[in-house]
Design a protein around this ligand. Structure first.
Ligand code: NDP
Ligand code: MG
Ligand code: MG
Length: 335
């Protein structure tokens, strides 16, 4: 049984008098910095001059060059894109790390795949929110929290777990539950989840089903609603009440189709592919490919991003969503 920590297990005293440097002010950075500040934690933001710098200043933070923020901090959380982190760490973080300070992450990639190798005199821990940054902020502001994982890779101070739990409390995660794990488990399962289901699997399922209807002569707008828009409504039911709760709400016809056709669409072939994907995550070949892609300029990554953005699902969807006032009101991702 996994060990799960809640508010009663965390003590904010473990961050009292400490300065936290949040390096990066993107999806996770802005959310964690703001939640910590609202929880009474002393926060500085470390950045280079540019868009995020201006945004963090506008939000009322003390913003410093990365090296300067690290010098002032007792706890440094690296919250910039994983592929950029190793260089920034080597050049701007490591030279200024104080013995006894703590280096935190929200994802274990660079530690697990040894792209960052911290000195042995600092704590190395992971507080990985299980949700996108904009929800980490929104849910906290609503008085709740997004669950998180905690892992300690190096415990130089002897109190890395306590400090980690205080941090998790500061971002609101102990309100929802903080599950103990390792960097290895977090990294491998996070990559698998996003590739097989959350990002890759779902995008592909939606695209393939949408294209199937269009190729069969149905209208794109109808295909969009059936294969994409309704997904959110179904997932909300699953999220709140499990698969059975979702099935309670749908028609018996939909439920019967679920049982007989679902496993044909995502069946043995998909399970074989999932095992291959997991294998490539575990043996490091996915990481190697992603690191090499970035070292050679990331051109293929950008090409795929561009190609995907041109898909008819996207152009059809964008037009339809313009008329959906309730979505436009709630939109937070690009705010
Ligand atoms: P983002 O892509 O949103 O980070 C962008 C931020 O990093 C910007 O503020 C950017 O500033 C800054 N940045 C980029 N390059 C540099 C640099 N050279 N020096 C200083 N700052 C720089 O990152 P995420 O929030 O998506 O991810 C952060 C970490 O959290 C990753 O480890 C990720 O795996 C993990 N994570 C992310 C989740 C998410 O919701 N996105 C979910 C769970 C974990 P500028 O404007 O100047 O470019
Ligand atoms: Mg991830
Ligand atoms: Mg229907």
């Amino acid at each position: 049984m996994a060990k799960v920590y809640y508010a009663k297990d965390a003590d904010s005293k473990n961050l009292a008098g400490k300065t936290v440097a949040i390096i990066g002010y993107g999806s996770q950075g802005h959310a964690q910095a703001q939640n910590l500040r609202d929880s009474g934690v002393q926060v500085v933001v470390g950045l280079r001059k540019g868009k995020s710098w201006e945004k963090a200043e506008k939000d009322g933070f003390t913003v410093l060059e990365v090296a300067e923020a690290v010098k002032q901090a007792d706890l440094i959380n690296l919250l910039m894109p994983d592929e950029i982190m190793p260089r920034v760490y080597k050049e701007e973080v490591e030279p200024h790390l104080k013995p006894g300070s703590a280096l935190f992450f929200s994802h274990g990639f660079n530690i697990h795949f040894e792209q960052i190798q911290p000195p042995s005199n600092v704590d190395v821990a992971l507080i990985a929110p299980k949700g996108p940054g904009h929800l980490v902020r929104r849910v906290y502001a609503e008085g709740f929290g997004v669950p998180a994982l905690i892992a300690v890779q190096q415990d130089a101070s002897g109190s890395a777990t306590e400090v980690g739990l205080a941090y998790a409390e500061g971002i609101g995660a102990t309100r929802a539950g903080v599950i103990e794990t390792t960097f290895k488990e977090e990294t491998e399962t996070d990559l698998f989840g996003e590739q097989a289901v959350l990002c890759g699997g779902v995008s592909s399922l939606v695209k393939n089903s949408y294209e199937t209807l269009i190729e069969a002569g149905y209208q794109p707008e109808i295909a969009y609603f059936e294969c994409f828009h309704e997904l959110k409504l179904i997932v909300d039911l699953m999220y709140e009440e499990g698969l059975a709760g979702m099935r309670y709400s749908i028609s018996n016809t939909a439920e019967y189709g679920d049982y007989v056709s679902g496993k044909r669409v995502v069946g043995d072939a998909s399970r074989t592919a999932m095992k291959e994907v997991l294998q490539e995550i575990q043996d490091g070949s996915f990481a190697k490919k992603w690191i090499a892609e970035n070292e050679s300029g990331g051109h293929e990554f950008l090409r795929m991003r561009e190609e995907e953005s041109q898909h008819s699902l996207e152009t059809t969807g964008a037009k339809l969503r313009e008329t959906m006032a309730w979505i436009n009101q709630k939109k937070s991702v690009k705010a």
